[in-house]
Write a protein that binds this ligand. Structure first.
Ligand code: NDP
Length: 463
């Protein structure tokens, strides 16, 4: 039986960072992964999704090229098969990088399914990636649960006929007609990707606006952009059943208002749940609530030797926060002088085309505790003028009227995630609107608008 100072279950963004920082600080570390080295982000999430966004945007750039003098044909079709193959090659390369990074850090790698036997013992057995591995027992002073999350399907008749984002990344061909259920991150992003690749997309969601939880003005603006992309939106609508109408090749979706739609594929983008199945949490006595492990941002569970980071504890559910949690935990355990992050000013992006980028408070959140000055600007990006491409940028600052501190920054428009990442420094540093105004504009750029908005669009009193 192997003995470790720290053993991590799950080699995704959070687990890998935790293992690596612990090993760098002198701990003897092991890590187990059953499916994908690099986890969801690298294999079934951020990375392949962003490559798909680039693929969809490339089509739009080719469409716009004649307006800039280029003699090119309008793209007529998208070769899904060759794109998926290229994407898979890139991901295989990244898998290799993750493995060698862990090995170079002196960490022992185990491919297989890990399950807890008690608070300090676990067993690793065969998994999809390693069906032949012998069962091994491992003891560790500290165990970190970093198994992430997995997509959930609506509990409606025929839900097994739908796919989730997991399957979408490996479909043999691109569906021509597709229904997407859910208008959170994944629903909105895949609506943009598939429409950009030429699919006819219907987006079903139960709210009046997409992206519940985001700033209302951002949501309204995004809804208009989704329309401009030719995506048919069905707000206030919930699918009640799916029926197979084509021997597995076509699906009928029936909604709560009794209307039915026939499509090649239904994608359920209806949230994710913590990946805790067969993890042996009961054997080790780890407390759960609503399907996820109960742990704070410091990773502490009710069992002193067991910690949980990332999506398994269902708080932020983003790659950078899982990385930060893993990093902080490793340093808390093996180098207490370590780094901290400001989770209150967490920047977020939704990679629609144009993307959404936000940091800090929405107007609705801020108005609960602050009297506000709201600055907004809407304009057509210069790049869209010659091709006459429709769709405006929205930029918005939420400012405390008394302290002048910028509480939130929001943008829908090209490069919003890049711009908001930089503005997140200002919001984290609690800079004032005056300090933004003192910053000289960089012209001509889109980002300059964030330092040139002089007059509030409206004042909002706290409610
Ligand atoms: P989200 O929680 O973002 O959205 C879920 C969607 O499903 C919402 O529209 C929700 O509606 C709807 N829904 C949930 N239950 C039901 C139901 N019973 N009936 C009808 N509709 C329902 O989840 P996603 O699957 O989009 O993404 C999962 C997580 O992955 C995100 O929370 C995010 O943390 C992460 N992610 C991050 C990305 C990024 O950073 N760019 C990209 C992709 C994923 P309602 O709003 O009414 O609840």
């Amino acid at each position: 039986m192997q003995d470790y100072d720290l053993f991590v279950i799950g080699a995704g963004s959070g687990g890998v960072r935790c293992a690596r920082i612990a090993a760098q600080n002198g701990a003897r570390v092991g890590i187990a992964e059953r499916r994908h080295w690099g986890g969801t982000c690298v294999n079934l999430g951020c990375v392949p999704k962003k490559l798909m966004v680039y693929a969809a945007e490339t089509g739009r750039m080719i469409e716009d090229a004649p307006a800039f003098g280029w003699d090119v044909q309008r793209p007529s079709s998208f070769d899904w098969y060759s794109f998926i193959a290229a994407k898979d090659r890139e991901i295989e390369r990244l898998n290799g990088i993750y493995i060698s990074m862990l090995e170079k850090a002196g960490i022992d790698l185990y491919t297989g399914d890990a399950k807890l036997l008690d608070a300090n013992t676990l067993e690793i057995g065969p998994s999809v990636l390693a069906p032949e591995v012998p069962v091994q027992r491992i003891r560790a002073k500290t165990i970190v649960l970093a198994t992430g999350s997995t997509p959930v399907r609506l509990d409606i008749p025929g839900s097994e006929l739908a796919i989730t984002s997991d399957e979408l990344f490996h479909l043999p061909e691109r569906p021509q007609k597709v229904a997407i259920i859910g208008s959170g991150y994944i629903g909105v992003e895949f609506a943009g990707i598939l429409a950009g690749m030429g699919s006819q997309v219907d987006l079903f969601y139960r709210q009046p606006l997409p992206l519940r939880g985001f700033d209302e003005e951002v949501r309204t603006h995004l809804k208009e952009l989704i329309d401009l992309h030719g995506i048919t939106q069905h707000p206030g609508t919930t699918p009640v059943r799916l029926e197979d109408i084509g021997g597995g090749k076509a699906v009928r979706l029936v909604t709560d208002d009794g209307v039915s739609y026939e499509v090649d594929a239904v994608i359920m983008a209806t949230g994710r749940r913590a990946a805790v199945d067969s993890l042996g949490l009961e054997a080790a006595g780890v407390a759960m609530e609503k399907g996820h492990v109960v742990a704070g941002v410091d990773g502490k569970t009710n069992v002193p030797s067991i910690y949980a980071i990332g999506d398994i504890r269902d708080q932020y559910n983003l790659t950078p926060t899982a990385i930060a949690e893993g990093h902080m935990l490793a340093e808390q355990l093996f180098n207490p002088q370590g780094r901290t992050w400001s989770f209150e000013t967490l920047p977020k992006a939704v990679f629609f085309s144009s993307p959404v980028g936000v940091v800090g408070l929405s107007e609705e959140e801020a108005a609960k505790d602050h009297d506000l000055a709201i600055y907004t600007s809407r304009f057509t990006p210069m790049r869209q003028t010659l091709p006459k491409r429709a769709g405006k940028i929205l930029m918005k600052l939420v400012v405390d009227r008394h302290s002048d501190v910028v509480l939130g920054a929001h943008m829908v428009g090209p490069d919003a995630p890049e711009i908001i990442q930089m503005l997140a420094i200002a919001v984290t540093a609690k800079l004032t609107k005056k300090q933004l105004d003192q910053t000289v504009a960089l012209h001509p750029s889109t980002a300059e608008e964030f330092v040139t908005m002089r007059t509030p669009t409206r004042l909002v009193d706290r409610h």
